[in-house]
Design a protein around this ligand. Structure first.
Ligand code: NDP
Ligand code: 2IT
Length: 450
């Protein structure tokens, strides 16, 4: 590793001591782009790395709202506008009690590289709140979203910053956020948020895009290794937007999904998960995954005891798709998966494997589809939603799905080519980081010191 890289890593650590998730994301990316830095001494003079790790702007704000009992609650809102090099800031909003600045910064940092990989004109951002949507009434969700947008609106815009969903933010929340934005602005600016319902400007296939995109990437990655999804057993953590549509495409590709989870525990159905039943529980009733056993009493439920070693990773399967949250697979879970013969990991969530776990998989010949490449289908389809909003027209489901598939194939090929060019064939983690970094660094050179 060059002195320059070492120094930037040390300084970033010193400046962001209390932000472990952010430092984890930065460490992974910067260490893997080391060979590119070695052949570009001008990057040091231009402070390319220092500028990449420093957000252009961080916005933090108070979100006061009144719950159904008349009590005033105060949450904290965030928007980290990380990088606008190749387009308006773009990235989701996460509503979850664990949200803090470190988590939003890691997500925003990852988003810069992910968005660059899509080949579409979108910069990187992320936002959210420590608001917990669990157990809240529809009215409470609406009041929170309205208060959140009453501050956020002044910082966003369809050519400035375009939020979307993430954990705890789906079509319902995007609807309330959009309604409030439109009311304040007194204008229909459809492209200011993505993940909208198709009734008022959303894109067909956006809901499915992250999960479907993950499976298109997995198909390509397995094919490059003369493998396929057909007949494989799959375990998927999470049972939200990404997990559900990854499961749907997995099943369509001939694989058998045998387990899914939520933060309370996992279900194991060795005859294959009934996805309609999961959709009914999660998308309609907003219930717990355990309720699957009411319909399928022979399925097994395993409770999660803290977040360290989720029980789902002890189930034997060919393929594991972490689609819940960050650091879901640590070294102990990775060892279990490898012992049980896993052949590939597909990161639907952002940074779901710790660095140690990823290294262990790669050292043991397990294929890893890295998050910033493999889950880029969601944001890519958000960009397609923005372009439909600008056209004031729409594409059919099949048209969007075809574009998504092509984008995922392109992303896979870019990761593969970069891994081969830099002599780490088959390491798509490094491939993805290098492919994205090369684009960003060159664009930075072209735009001067800003
Ligand atoms: P959802 O809110 O729809 O679903 C999240 C799922 O993950 C739920 O099953 C949830 O369980 C589980 N989960 C969340 N937090 C935890 C936790 N701390 N411990 C255990 N389980 C947890 O979110 P999405 O499906 O949209 O997002 C899932 C992941 O995919 C996130 O990492 C997100 O950043 C990433 N992603 C999302 C994209 C999108 O388009 N939506 C695009 C690219 C990446 P419970 O209900 O019990 O909380
Ligand atoms: O992590 C992600 O890429 C998302 N949550 C989707 C972002 C978006 O703008 O669609």
């Amino acid at each position: 590793m060059s002195n320059y890289l070492n120094k930037v890593l040390k300084d970033t650590k010193k400046k962001n001591l209390k932000e472990p998730e952010f430092l984890q994301a930065v460490n992974e990316v910067l260490q893997s782009v080391s060979p590119v830095i070695d052949i570009h001494p001008e990057y040091e003079k231009l402070a390319i790395l220092e500028r990449l790790v420093e957000p252009e702007r961080i916005i933090m704000f108070r979100v006061p709202w009144v719950n159904d009992k008349g009590k005033v609650i105060v949450n904290r809102g965030y928007r980290v506008q990380f990088n606008s090099l190749i387009g308006p800031y773009k990235g989701g909003l996460r509503f979850h009690p664990s949200v803090n600045l470190s988590i939003i910064k890691f997500l925003g940092f990852e988003q810069i590289f992910k968005n660059a990989l899509t080949g579409l004109p979108i910069g990187g951002a992320k936002g959210g709140s420590d608001f917990d949507p669990k157990g809240k009434s529809d009215f409470e969700i609406m009041k929170f979203c309205q208060s959140f947008m009453t501050e956020l609106y002044r910082h966003i815009g369809q050519d400035v910053d375009v939020p979307a969903g993430d954990i705890g933010v789906g079509a319902r929340e995007v609807g309330y956020l959009f309604g409030q934005y439109k009311r304040i602005r007194n204008a229909y600016e459809g492209g200011v948020l993505t993940g909208k319902d198709v009734m008022y400007g959303g894109s067909l296939a956006r809901k499915e895009a992250t999960g479907y995109g993950l499976m298109y990437f997995m198909r390509e990655m397995l094919a490059a290794d003369n493998k396929s999804l057909k007949g494989k057993t799959v375990i998927i953590s999470g049972s939200g937007n990404v997990a559900i549509y990854a499961c749907e495409k997995c099943q369509a590709m001939g694989a058998k999904v045998i387990a899914m989870s939520d933060s309370n525990g996992c279900i194991y159905d060795k005859s294959g998960i009934d996805l309609d039943c999961v959709k009914q529980i999660k998308e309609v009733q907003r219930g717990r995954i355990k309720e699957y056993l009411k319909t399928y009493p022979k399925a097994v439920y395993m409770e999660s005891k803290g977040s360290a070693n989720p029980p789902i990773w002890s189930i034997k399967a060919d393929i594991a798709l972490p689609c819940a949250t960050q650091n879901d697979i640590g070294i102990d879970s990775a060892k279990l998966l490898v012992k049980n013969g896993v052949i590939a990991i597909g990161e639907g969530a952002n940074m779901p494997c710790t660095i140690e776990a990823t290294e262990y998989f790669l050292a043991n010949g397990v294929l890893v589809a890295p998050a910033k490449a493999a889950n880029a289908g969601g944001v890519a389809t958000s960009a397609i939603e923005m372009s439909q909003n600008s056209m004031r027209y729409y594409y059919t489901f099949e048209e969007v799905d075809k574009k998504l598939e092509q984008i995922m194939v392109n992303i896979f090929n870019e990761c593969k080519n970069a891994s081969e060019e830099f002599k780490c064939k088959g390491n798509y983690v490094v491939g993805a980081n290098i492919a994205a970094f090369k684009k960003l660094a060159e664009a930075m050179k072209m735009q001067g010191v800003v």
